[in-house]
Design a protein around this ligand. Structure first.
Ligand code: SF4
Ligand code: SF4
Length: 134
């Protein structure tokens, strides 16, 4: 299934979904990070979208692996050896809200969910692969 959504459209959908629930969001509705452009989720959004599109699985760990391998690997916050202080302190929105990010991108790109399935900790199953215009 091809939805033809552009990367910019996908980013807007994910911003609307994630920033609205992010603990960094201020009461006035803005990003409370000292440097909002440093949010790894959006700083590396092309890599995030590609990583998620590369996976078809009902196991969230497969998505975690893709994010670690394709996004964290090029992120300035990951140190040699693979650890990340922001991840450990739950200050990376991508890592903290990964399930929501995957859901938002896959819904927007046409994956069909079976939320009664065993995957995603029982929250959703994935049946079809999306195509993203990157
Ligand atoms: S940290 Fe990232 S996800 Fe959270 S409000 Fe800021 S831009 Fe949005
Ligand atoms: S978990 Fe760390 S290395 Fe991975 S994207 Fe977030 S800040 Fe970057």
């Amino acid at each position: 299934m091809r939805t033809g959504r552009s990367l910019a459209e996908l980013e807007l959908i994910v911003r609307n979904r994630i920033c609205g629930v992010c603990s960094e969001r201020t009461e006035s509705g803005e990003c409370g990070l000292e440097k909002p452009s440093g949010c790894a989720l959006f700083q590396l959004f092309p890599e995030v979208a590609k990583a998620i599109a590369s996976v078809t699985s009902d196991d969230i760990n497969d998505y975690v692996g893709a994010i670690r391998g394709q996004v964290c690997a090029v992120c300035v916050d990951q140190i040699p050896g693979g650890s990340c202080e922001k991840r450990q302190q739950v200050r990376c929105a991508l890592d903290a809200y990964l399930l929501l990010v995957v859901d938002a991108i896959e819904e927007a790109t046409g994956k069909v969910f079976d939320r009664s399935g065993p995957g995603f900790s029982g929250q959703s199953g994935v049946r079809t692969r999306p195509e993203i215009r990157l």
